[in-house]
Design a binder for this molecule. Structure first.
Ligand code: 26M
Length: 836
């Protein structure tokens, strides 16, 4: 029971029941005795929302009063998943609600299961943003998120009878969304197109007028901290027409034209782009709309941030003392020229004064070094959509950057100037957003040690030499242990609390405490309990597969999981070809030999970008291999395979606790960090992986004997690619085992004669992701996993150590967000009075 300044809420079961029934009758206009699970979910959500609102109001009030420096996290993606369970756990009200809904004849699990995921993201980058919001609130940090309120989130994935991925829209707002607060009074106009005319008074100012004006409307999502009153805000923008429809056309009977401009305005936030790491598939219309999304969102967010800052009555030169803005990848980079535009054209500051403010306000995180994912915008397109911003970008190039500073430091080095320019020569010329984000920011970071090194030595090398090493740092990613342990694995969470004799409220906020589990690896009862929980989590997953796909999974087998976006660099292909290799080996064995084999169930899940042909073909291969081998009476006791459709945060919450081993097998140097690797470890799953991303730092914590590494290292990758290109060796020589597998697929062992050739040819020709170089050591590593799993007791010890000695503290997003707060944003915890 706690009190707040506004009203006191007696959060016992009776008052929860009262509030629940009240919402059923007054908010939902339904009868309590005739309510389905969906209605019960909505009533429970509305009643929990009342609690959040009190805390949210108090938090925002105190932020305004205390006026601390604040940080704003700009991300085009927030992959939040479900909210109700998380809100209940963070508020500490789960047991009360369980009891309350039970007394009304509902089960809390069934109610929680009715919620749709908020899937406003593609993968790692969007889920990271969601974990960082949870940690910011839990650490009492004054942080707001800014994003877009897409009407449609990431598409729903269906698998056709042939095994092809089909996409369906995700109308997640179909039923009303209890977690958002429409702020129809918080709006900003955002301009596109038109013309920008420089004033010839030598001030550098310009007037931008004409074109299209679109309205941004705010929707707020409350972000509760764990065990604190702090409830931060995620503000999502919706686009709509500034003027409704065009009455002239309407009166003239031209109804289509009358709504045209309104449609074009609301199109901006209608759908999340389903590409992850690749821009090449966008057509001209698609590119323009994506650019408009980015500008719409950055312009509205900046206007909102500046309005709040101005209310403090401070001069703009003090902006960096009160505001830090984090750019999640280059997607919000237009915020840099936009802030320049506001300061120069609207606030009358000089160029130098404006640039000083800008470069002390922004921070940029890079999330990938893959060349095809580095954003570039065609100059003619930017000129057309944002004429004033194109001028400012050219001014940055000419004035500050190239001809003054770089030329001074490296006189006559024309190549360097060209490499570093914000504009890439070509047809058409293109703006390099990573360069703009880099020079416009106070600091730049990568997301794991290896990745940050690669950022410093490859894509931003010249900038390190120009601006100095200290601008370029690393913040290794993290995950929130609230969702990724307490919420998804309640039994393990309870066992940890019992064993450490600590309330979960303590260790969930200080994960280093998990080290205390280490000494229990030698305790037999503890090991038995640990193993029993893993087993029940495997059965929970099997039950899910049975009820969704109608398939029976062998829960006595080792569960081997690879779940992530489909991408060539992540090498799901290596995994499926390894499965085929295992199948062919099993087929050659006698029944007696087979009996000695470690049974394995392989799970895949993940979406492919709709236009990513090779990724989709990989899904088709996985589905069809599954069809053949799951039905083979000789082998199915030893090897089965499942592709679970429509991967989501909620599905991950079932899969991760059930895994014995998971695969993180990207070509070395390509996966910036990975975050699911951390989630598996936290749940006692071991890793099979390459020496890449955060795998390396995880192994440093867990000890190499608890991680199964294989494959070539990053420095070898470039040389191997060079060899493949200029001195190709036929795959039969380079890797006979792999050649044999490819030939079997070609020969139609899994049906579909010929359809897989384009996929197989990526390996036979060029093999950019080095499957043929890593295949043999991959198969060896899998054999080591089998050997280790045979000694089940030792395996369980490894599992416990992975959670415990793993010092999983390092991989908590609490640690990560504190690093940003201290070393980047310079913000401090701002406890909300009356905190629990
Ligand atoms: C680009 C154009 C159009 C539409 C979408 C994109 C786009 C979307 C996401 C481009 C890149 C995107 O994300 C990169 C990304 O997700 N990187 C991942 O970030 C994670 C969090 O830091 C890391 O753990 C992953 O290793 C990294 O791949």
């Amino acid at each position: 029971v706690w009190k707040s300044g506004m009203r006191s809420l007696d959060n016992n079961v009776n008052s929860i029941t009262k509030s629940f029934v009240n919402h059923v009758q007054t908010s939902l206009a339904r009868q309590p005795y005739n309510l389905d699970d969906l209605g019960a979910y909505q009533a429970a959500a509305l009643s929990v929302r009342d609690n959040l609102l009190v805390n949210w109001n108090e938090t925002q009030l105190q932020y305004t009063r205390k006026a601390p420096k604040r940080a704003y996290y700009l991300s085009l993606e927030f992959l939040m998943g479900r909210t109700l369970d998380n809100a209940l756990l963070n508020l500490g009200l789960k047991d009360e609600y369980k009891t309350s809904v039970k007394s009304l004849g509902f089960s809390i699990e069934d109610i929680l299961d009715k919620e749709r995921d908020a899937a406003l993201g593609n993968g790692g980058l969007g889920r990271l943003a969601a974990c960082y919001l949870d940690s910011s609130a839990s650490q009492e940090l004054p942080v707001w998120g800014y994003g877009l309120r897409y009407k449609y989130g990431i598409f729903q994935q269906l698998i056709s009878p042939e095994g092809n991925q089909l996409e369906a829209p995700d109308p997640w707002l179909e039923h009303q969304n209890p977690w958002e607060l429409p702020r129809l009074d918080v709006t900003y106009g955002v301009r596109f197109y038109g013309h920008a005319d420089r004033l010839d008074d030598g001030s550098g100012r310009a007037i931008w007028a004409g074109g299209q004006e679109v309205l941004a409307v705010a929707y707020d999502v409350m972000i509760p901290g764990y065990g604190t009153k702090t409830t931060n805000n995620l503000r999502l923008w919706e686009s709509k027409s500034k003027r409704g429809f065009d009455l002239n056309s309407f009166n003239a009977g031209n109804y289509e034209k009358a709504v045209e401009s309104s449609n074009s305005a609301s199109a901006i936030t209608s759908v999340l782009y389903p590409n992850d790491h690749t821009l090449v598939t966008l057509n001209m219309f698609g590119k323009e709309l994506r650019l408009k999304q980015q500008y719409f969102w950055t312009a509205a967010s900046l206007a909102d941030i500046l309005r709040r800052f101005k209310n403090m009555g401070k001069p703009l030169t003090e902006l960096p003392d009160f505001v830090a803005i984090q750019l999640n990848d280059t997607h919000p980079t237009l915020a840099i020229p936009e802030l320049m535009r506001i300061l120069i054209d609207e606030e009358d500051l000089t160029w130098n004064a404006a640039w000083k403010i800008v470069t002390n306000t922004f921070f940029y995180t890079n999330h990938t070094v893959l060349p095809e994912a580095l954003e570039k915008w065609a100059v003619p397109l930017v000129e057309h959509v944002l004429p004033r911003h194109m001028q400012i970008i050219y001014d940055i190039v000419i004035l500050i950057y190239l001809f003054l500073a770089v030329e001074k430091k490296f006189p006559g080095d024309r190549d360097r100037l060209a490499r570093m320019s914000l504009i890439e020569e070509g047809q058409p010329k293109q703006v390099r957003m990573a360069h703009l984000a880099c020079i416009g920011s106070r600091k730049v970071n990568g997301v794991a040690e290896l990745h940050s090194d690669l950022v410093r030595t490859t894509i931003l090398k010249d900038f390190v030499e120009f601006e100095g090493f200290s601008k370029f740092g690393n913040v290794t990613n993290g995950i929130t242990p609230r969702r990724w342990l307490d919420q998804c694995n309640p039994e393990l969470s309870a066992l940890i609390s019992k064993t450490l004799k600590l309330q979960k409220g303590i260790w969930l906020k200080d994960l280093y405490k998990l080290e205390g589990l280490l000494k229990f690896t030698e305790n037999k009862t503890f090991r038995r309990e640990w193993a029993a929980i893993k087993q029940r989590n495997k059965e929970r997953l099997a039950h899910h597969v049975l009820t969704t796909l109608g398939l029976t999974v062998n829960t006595n087998a080792m569960f081997d999981v690879q779940i992530k976006r489909l991408h060539e660099y992540k090498r799901q292909t290596l995994n499926i070809l390894g499965v085929i290799h295992r199948y062919l080996t099993l087929k050659k064995m006698t029944p007696a030999e087979r009996k000695k084999v470690n049974s394995r169930v392989v799970f895949f899940a993940g979406k492919a970008a709709p236009a990513y042909y090779i990724a989709k073909l990989t899904i088709r291969l996985i589905v069809n291999v599954a069809r053949i081998i799951n039905d083979d009476p000789e082998t199915k006791d030893y090897l089965t395979l499942y592709f679970l459709p429509d991967y989501s945060v909620s599905l991950a919450e079932i899969l991760i606790p059930a895994s014995d081993i998971s695969q993180h097998i990207s070509t070395a140097g390509t996966e910036a960090s990975g975050t699911s690797n951390m989630k598996f470890c936290l749940n006692g799953g071991l890793l099979l992986g390459t020496v890449d991303g955060a795998n390396i730092e995880i192994a440093e914590e867990v000890g190499e004997s608890n991680v199964f590494f294989f494959g070539h290292l990053t420095p070898a990758v470039e040389d191997l690619r060079y060899q493949h290109l200029y001195h190709p060796i036929p795959i039969e020589e380079n890797c006979p085992a792999l050649a044999h597998v490819l030939n079997q697929v070609s020969a139609g062992l899994f049906g579909d004669g010929g359809v897989y050739e384009p996929l197989l040819n990526t390996i036979r020709q060029g093999d950019y992701y080095l499957l043929s170089d890593d295949f043999d050591s991959y198969i060896e590593a899998l054999a080591m996993v089998d050997d280790a799993y045979r000694d089940r007791d030792e395996w369980i010890k490894k599992s416990i150590r992975t959670t415990a000695k793993a010092c999983m503290g390092k991989f908590s997003s609490d640690r990560a967000i504190n690093e940003y707060a201290e070393s980047y944003w310079n913000i401090e915890a701002t406890p909300i009075n009356g905190n629990k």
